[in-house]
Design a protein around this ligand. Structure first.
Ligand code: ZN
Length: 141
């Protein structure tokens, strides 16, 4: 028996491994469905469909705000924690460096964080589809 190319092709692949694969594809700006096509036409401008498999990306854009919000809050918290730990030689220079660093980190990571959100949304939809199609054998009716 050979290993399947993608965990997504395994009908009963472990949930965590599939989720990590989908998140990784998002970090690399790849389609969550095929892992090959690019999801952005330009920096942070989402394509309507995957260039390789035609997967509908535009339909997922509206479901990404919560992950974007939470990851931005997490990054901001990490930057504030760093600000409390590191004492700069020159306060004004330290504030300037921190402000530039915060903007660069938050903006530069936006496409990858949105890609992760799209992968996470795809994971949730995929699992809800699987659980709906599985017959409930424990029903007592
Ligand atoms: Zn694709």
């Amino acid at each position: 028996m050979t290993e399947p190319e993608s965990l997504l092709e395994e009908p009963e692949a472990p949930g965590t491994r599939v989720l990590l694969q989908l998140l990784w594809r998002g970090i690399l700006w790849r389609c969550p469905h095929c892992g090959e096509g690019l999801i952005y036409a330009w920096f942070y401008q989402l394509r309507d469909n995957c260039t390789e498999c035609g997967f509908d990306l535009a339909a997922r854009a509206k479901d990404t705000w919560a992950v974007i919000y939470l990851t931005t809050a997490g990054l901001t918290g990490a930057i504030i924690a760093g600000m409390l730990i590191v004492k700069p030689f020159n306060l004004v220079l330290g504030q300037l460096v921190l402000a530039v660093f915060a903007v660069v980190v938050i903006v530069a990571s936006l496409p990858s964080r949105k890609g992760m959100a799209i992968g996470f949304d795809y994971y949730i939809e995929r699992n809800s589809r699987t659980s709906r199609s599985t017959p409930n054998t424990e029903s007592g009716d």
